[in-house]
Write a protein that binds this ligand. Structure first.
Ligand code: SF4
Length: 453
């Protein structure tokens, strides 16, 4: 292994490879990034923003310099069935003068303007790094605005430096609890909430359609294609389905404690996970008819999809996959999907995986597979090369790393425009990785000298 130069000594315990920390004791994770390591991880504010942004009729004021506000709908391309307001961002555009004299007045003026222009039901106000430094009291601004306008104005205390991206998820979950908690606990209805699907490329609609087909009613989407009034009904649900476990397990636990709603973790990536999840939902709902309908639906879908997947499989068998994604939940599903295709995962990492996630990951990959938490570009490039990956699955920040090395790439992050969840999504995924890995361009590059790319 020739990657000693790519790995800072302080990072060694966060990586499992043949000569490093592969003692089975677990990978160091859920820790702050090492200074100077140039982590691929997003900041606390971004973690909060990606969870709350898909609420389609909420308004988001970013209290900070204009650069923070560039993290907007274009980065989390969640679709809406109705409202479009969430595609805009509002910023207080803090400057040097505000840093010296404080930005609270500017924030209050921004709230006034948004209320006057849009008559919002809910405004989320995000504190960014500089607000954490100068100490503006955003709680006071929110309180005053709620009194003045009689709407919900909810603080999201998310200075970028105040933890990891996962801290941002927690801040967003707290904001959601703040929004949906009623004065008195309502009666339960027969229905479920979906937590942690952000309706990327319409995936929430695919999952809701599956649930409709098996006879399960959805009370609230949290937060893909969500509307404020629907979110407020969430406490009436009988069960929470947690899809993106990294961002939403915290909310699910809070809802269990406060609203007495149990939860199960599900995944709709890959035929096996989708089918297992639908059956587990049916059994958790506990209705005999739902269980029967789920069995029939899954059978029909498998009969439809598996022969189509077989057509791709012959091109995929034996290929080597590298994965670098946000959460452990998605990484685990991807490893399983690659196994279904006859592929081998040789490198896998996440930005926010937990100890439990990494234990599952270790149990799913070969002993010599590289596992990384909170990686940086140098590590990803070095291990992709070392392990001979044929494709990298990641997000926008990983794409250039793969292309520079002449390795195929598949975007499995917020920006993509086609669904990868459910049975349809599995077909899309197989088609995309097949096209990407087996494109003649890689041949041309290797003949022309990969080194020059
Ligand atoms: S909150 Fe801080 S780390 Fe995050 S985008 Fe703004 S300045 Fe950057």
């Amino acid at each position: 292994m020739g990657n000693e130069n790519a790995v800072l000594p302080e990072r060694a315990q966060s990586i499992r490879y043949s000569e490093c920390s592969g003692d089975g004791s677990g990978i160091k994770c859920e820790a702050e990034s090492i200074s100077g390591a140039v982590s691929q991880r997003a900041c606390v504010f971004c973690g909060a923003r990606v969870v709350l942004n898909p609420i389609t009729d909420a308004f988001h004021i970013i209290h900070g310099p204009i650069g923070c506000a560039s993290y907007t709908w274009d980065i989390r391309g969640s679709l809406s069935s109705q409202e479009e307001g969430y595609r805009n961002s509002y910023s207080t555009d803090l400057r040097e003068r505000d840093v010296i004299f404080g930005g609270q007045k500017k924030l209050a003026a921004a709230v006034d303007e948004v209320v006057a222009t849009h008559s919002p039901k809910v405004i989320f106000i995000y504190a960014t790094c500089i607000v954490g430094v100068i100490g503006d009291d955003i709680d006071a601004v929110c309180r005053d605005a709620e009194e003045k306008y009689g709407i919900r104005v909810i603080p999201v205390k998310s200075p970028g430096f105040s933890g990891t991206k996962k801290t941002g998820y927690k801040m967003a979950c707290n904001a959601i609890m703040n929004l949906v908690t009623p004065e008195f606990l309502p009666e339960k209805t027969l229905g479920v909430n979906i937590l942690g699907d952000f309706n990327l490329a319409g995936e929430m609609w695919i999952i809701k359609n599956y649930l409709r087909r098996i006879g399960v009613k959805v009370v609230a989407n949290i937060t893909g294609d969500a509307k404020v009034d629907d979110l407020k009904k969430a406490p009436t649900a009988q069960l929470n389905l947690v899809q993106c476990a990294g961002s939403m397990t915290y909310l699910a636990k809070q809802m269990e404690e406060v609203f007495d709603i149990p939860f199960i973790k599900v995944s709709f990536f890959g035929v096996t996970d989708t089918s297992d999840s639908l059956m587990r939902i049916a059994y958790a709902v506990g209705d005999k008819e739902v269980i029967q309908r789920a069995k029939v639906f899954i059978e029909e879908e498998k009969n439809r999809v598996l022969p189509l997947l077989d057509k791709y499989k012959k091109n995929l068998i034996g290929k080597k996959a590298a994965i670098y994604v946000g959460g452990g939940f998605k990484a685990i599903s991807l490893i399983r999907q690659f196994s279904e295709f006859g592929m081998n995962t040789v490198m896998v990492g996440t930005q926010t995986g937990s100890k439990d996630d990494y234990e599952v990951i270790q149990s799913l990959v070969d002993d010599d597979a590289v596992i990384l938490d909170d990686a940086n570009p140098a590590e990803l490039e070095a291990f992709m090369k070392e392990m001979g990956a044929d494709i990298l699955v990641g997000g926008v920040k990983e794409r250039p790393l793969a292309y520079k090395l002449g390795v195929a790439f598949c975007d499995h992050n917020h920006e993509r425009k086609h669904p990868l969840a459910g049975y349809e999504g599995t077909l899309n995924f197989a088609s995309e990785i097949n096209l990407s890995m087996n494109s003649p361009v890689w041949e041309t590059i290797s003949q022309g000298g990969k080194e020059n790319v």
